[in-house]
Write a protein that binds this ligand. Structure first.
Ligand code: PXG
Length: 290
């Protein structure tokens, strides 16, 4: 496998960062997870835009333009002969001293890994997931804002451990006010009386690219979409529920905290939206091999 690191494509064994990189020492950096489908990098421009927003929020200057970054991602896919798969793009604060001041890190590092992806088993898409709400609260918007896709994922990892302990695949995190924020690596959607509902970004959710795509699809299909604050009560009485994320795409949820959602099977609106989403993945994004 060839990995892009600081402007060069090198063999995986040569792709190394310093133990003094603040990405490792402090989780000081930002990342993206991006999919390739059918010879296209899906919504690449949107992912790169979000990466630069995350970097801006932590005052990290990426030493490349957005267009250069887009070309580097496509080039890394080509170098690995990939038409379908997953890109992990990481920008770290770079090598510094053993002190957390980012001013001691003169040069950020850019790493692009293009690989295949481990998907959820098909069973979850057919039958739907069982999930739980966990005690770990989503980060406050005035601490590490959940809108920043930072290398600091410990809060999400703690929630994932709580999901593991409950023997389920995902976990709902509430915000400090008790409203639904999102899951550990997915945004949350409900269907209630024909309307599509998802928490507002201000509730403590990532500005999900899949979330945005699903909202676009729904609007095109004439489905009313709203972003109200949602409680666990709203989740329990929903007719349908699904999660969205780059890795999961759209995965139905049929049970939350022991409550059956709707009739306990993936719902019809979830199915229609998934079909529309899949169609988008065929036509949207930068072409890899001309
Ligand atoms: N919330 C959080 C906290 C995320 O990390 C999403 C929502 C969904 O956003 P997108 O833009 O992907 O629709 C994410 C994305 C992984 C992995 O390796 C995680 C994500 C994406 C890709 C891979 O677990 N999280």
């Amino acid at each position: 496998m060839k990995v892009w690191i600081d402007g060069q494509l090198v063999e995986e064994s040569e792709a190394k960062v310093s133990v003094f990189d603040h990405g490792l020492l402090y989780g000081d950096g930002v990342f993206e997870g991006i999919r390739m489908y059918h010879n296209r990098v899906f919504r690449l421009r949107e992912h790169i835009e979000r990466l630069y927003w995350s970097a801006k929020a932590i005052l990290l200057e990426i030493p490349m333009t957005q267009d250069e970054m887009i070309r580097a991602c496509v080039e890394t896919c080509r170098a690995n002969g990939l038409r379908d798969g997953y890109i992990r793009l990481i920008v770290t604060r770079g090598k510094g001293t053993l002190g957390l001041d980012p001013r001691r890190c003169p040069k950020p590092s850019v790493i692009i890994i293009a690989a295949t992806i481990q998907l959820y088993p098909e069973k979850y898409y057919q039958e739907g997931l069982t999930i739980v709400t966990v005690p770990t609260t989503r980060n406050l918007v005035n601490s590490v804002n959940p809108a920043i896709k930072s290398l600091n994922y410990l809060n999400n990892i703690l929630a994932r451990i709580e999901a593991n302990n409950a023997n389920v695949e995902e976990a709902i995190l509430l915000n400090s006010e008790g409203f639904v924020a999102e899951c550990t690596g997915d945004n949350v959607f409900l269907v209630h009386k024909g309307r599509l509902l998802t928490p507002p970004l201000s509730a403590g959710a990532l500005y999900g690219i899949t979330r945005g795509t699903v909202i676009d699809c729904a609007r095109e299909m004439g489905i009313p979409v709203a972003e109200p604050n949602l409680t666990r009560y709203d989740v329990y009485i929903a007719d349908e529920m699904f999660l969205t994320g780059t890795a999961a795409e759209m995965v139905p949820v049929v049970k939350v905290d022991g409550r059956v959602i709707g009739d306990g099977r993936p719902g019809p609106m979830t199915g229609r939206l998934l079909q529309a989403f899949r169609e988008r993945t065929r036509v949207d994004g930068e072409v890899i091999f001309e």
